[in-house]
Write a protein that binds this ligand. Structure first.
Ligand SMILES: [Zn+2]
Length: 430
C-alpha cells in the first residue's frame, strides 16, 4: 500500500497566510488620529503650492550659495516653528585638477540640521536644498497647468521638501509629533555628489532607526535598489607647439585624451550593469596650436560594490598609461580626482520591510504605488550602506528631472504628505 501524505487544509491556510505576511506587512486600518492628520492635509494644497512656488523661484543651483542659503533659511524658520532646534553644518571648498583657465573649484555652502526630541523610534529625514540649474539656466520659474506643475527642482526635490514639511505639520496638528525623535538633514550639495555632506549623513545614519529621503522616483513609484555612482575628473598635460612650424615638437593633450576616452568608454558592460560615460570634454587653445592641456569629466554606474573598486583600478591604469606617444619621448602627464561618491543601494530585509510597509499604507490611503529599480543614486544609498534601513523616494510623483521638461503632479503633494505622515506616525511606535 502506498502511503499517502495527507496534509490538512489548515496547514495550507497557515502557510499561505505566512507567505502573505512575508510579502506585505498587514497594516491596521487608518486610526482616528491619522484620519485627523489626513483631513487637515486635504485643505492644504494652496499653501503647499505657494511654498513650492516661492522656493522654486529662488535659484538654488548647487554653486549658487546665496540661493541655497535662502531656501535653507525658509525651512530653518518653518522647522523651528514646529519645535525643532536648528544649526548649520559647514560646507567646504573642493579643489579639483583643471587646465589653466578652466579653474574647477566648487564652493559648497552649509547644510541645515534640525532636531526634535521625542520618545519613540529615531527617524532621520533627508532632503537636498540644491538643484542642477545654475542662475543662467533659462529654466527658472514655477508654472502650473491643471494638475501638472513645472519648474527647476519641482520633483528633484523641492516638491519633496514641501511634502516632508507638511507631513511634519500634520503630525504636529494632531499632537503626534512627540512620538518620534526626528532629525531633519537638508544638504546643499547632493547634486554635486554630497561631497561635503557625506560625512554628516553617515554619522547621523549610525544614530537613527529609520531613514526617509524625499526624492521623487518617477510617476507613483518607490525605488527598491540603486546602482552606485563614481565620478572622475581627468586632466592631461602635453606640450604646446605651432601646428604648422613645429608640429613635431608638440605633444597633443587632446590626442592623448582621445585614446584614453576610447578605453574609458570601453569599460561599459551592459551585461554586468556597469556603465561609464565621458560626459564633458574640454581642451586646446587654438586651431593652429598643438593642445597643451585637455580635460574630461567621467561618470560611473555600478550595481555591486566590488565593481566600483575594480573600475577605479582600471581608471588608474588608463590614466597612468601614455597611449599616443612613445613613453620615453613625451612629457604627457595626468592629474585626476576620483570619488566613488555613492555606494550601490542594496536591499536588506529591513529596507524591504520599510518599502512594503509604505506601499501597504499607500493602499490604505487609496494610492497604488509601484516598485522600481534605478541607475540613479540618492543620499539614501549612503545611509543604507551604513546600516540604516532607508526608503529614498517619498517625494512627489514627477518626471524629467535634470531637464527643462521637469514636471510633477500637483495632487501628489497632498497624497505623499499624507502617506509620510501616517508612515512616520507608525514608525515612531516601532
Ligand atoms: Zn535629487
Amino acid at each position: 500500500m502506498t502511503a499517502t501524505l495527507r496534509i490538512p487544509a489548515c496547514f495550507w491556510l497557515i502557510l499561505c497566510g505566512a507567505l502573505a505576511l512575508a510579502q506585505e506587512p498587514v497594516e491596521p486600518g487608518i486610526s482616528a488620529e491619522e484620519r485627523a492628520m489626513i483631513s487637515w492635509l486635504d485643505d492644504r494644497e494652496d499653501e503647499m503650492l505657494a511654498l513650492l512656488e516661492r522656493i522654486i523661484n529662488i535659484n538654488s543651483g548647487s554653486l549658487n550659495s546665496a540661493g541655497v542659503d535662502a531656501v535653507a533659511a525658509i525651512f530653518d524658520q518653518e522647522l523651528r516653528q514646529l519645535g525643532f532646534s536648528t544649526s548649520r553644518l559647514p560646507g567646504a571648498l573642493i579643489e579639483m585638477p583643471s587646465c589653466p583657465g578652466s579653474d574647477y573649484t566648487v564652493d559648497l555652502t552649509d547644510h541645515l540640521l534640525a532636531r526634535r526630541p521625542g520618545s519613540g523610534s529615531r527617524l532621520l529625514l533627508m532632503g537636498h536644498l540644491d538643484t542642477v540649474f545654475p542662475p543662467d539656466s533659462p529654466f527658472q520659474t514655477f508654472r502650473r497647468e491643471g494638475d501638472t506643475m513645472f519648474g527647476p527642482g519641482v520633483a528633484d526635490m523641492h516638491g519633496g521638501l514641501v511634502v516632508m514639511l507638511y507631513a511634519l505639520k500634520a503630525l504636529a496638528e494632531a499632537g503626534a509629533l512627540d512620538a518620534a525623535a526626528i532629525t531633519v538633514l537638508l544638504n546643499s550639495d547632493e547634486e554635486m555628489g554630497s561631497l561635503t555632506s557625506r560625512q554628516y549623513l553617515e554619522e547621523e545614519a549610525l544614530n537613527h532607526d529609520w531613514g526617509l529621503v524625499y526624492e521623487s522616483s518617477g510617476a507613483d513609484t518607490m525605488t527598491r535598489q540603486r546602482k552606485g555612482i563614481g565620478q572622475a575628473r581627468l586632466v592631461v598635460h602635453g606640450r604646446a607647439a605651432h601646428a604648422g612650424g613645429a608640429h613635431e615638437q608638440g605633444l597633443s593633450a587632446i590626442k592623448e585624451l582621445a585614446y584614453k576616452i576610447v578605453e574609458i568608454e570601453n569599460m561599459t558592460d551592459y551585461e554586468s550593469g556597469v556603465t561609464v560615460n565621458v560626459g564633458v570634454v574640454n581642451g586646446g587653445e587654438a586651431r593652429n596650436t598643438v593642445s597643451p592641456c585637455a580635460e574630461a569629466l567621467i561618470d560611473l554606474r555600478y550595481p555591486q560594490r566590488e565593481q566600483g573598486v575594480d573600475a577605479v583600478a582600471r581608471w588608474a591604469e588608463i590614466f597612468d598609461r601614455v597611449y599616443s606617444y612613445p613613453v620615453d619621448g613625451g612629457e604627457i602627464t595626468t592629474e585626476s580626482y576620483v570619488n566613488l561618491h555613492r555606494p550601490p543601494k542594496i536591499p536588506t530585509p529591513e529596507s524591504d520591510y520599510l518599502l512594503d510597509k509604505t506601499i501597504a499604507i499607500g493602499r490604505l490611503l487609496g494610492q497604488e504605488i509601484g516598485i522600481t529599480d534605478s541607475g540613479g543614486g540618492t543620499d539614501g544609498s549612503l545611509t543604507q550602506a551604513m546600516g540604516l534601513p532607508t526608503l529614498d523616494s517619498l517625494g512627489i510623483s514627477g518626471t524629467g528631472a535634470h531637464s527643462n521638461r521637469e514636471e510633477g503632479r500637483v495632487s501628489s503633494l497632498i497624497e505623499r504628505a499624507a502617506l509620510s505622515a501616517v508612515l512616520i506616525h507608525r514608525l515612531a511606535r516601532e
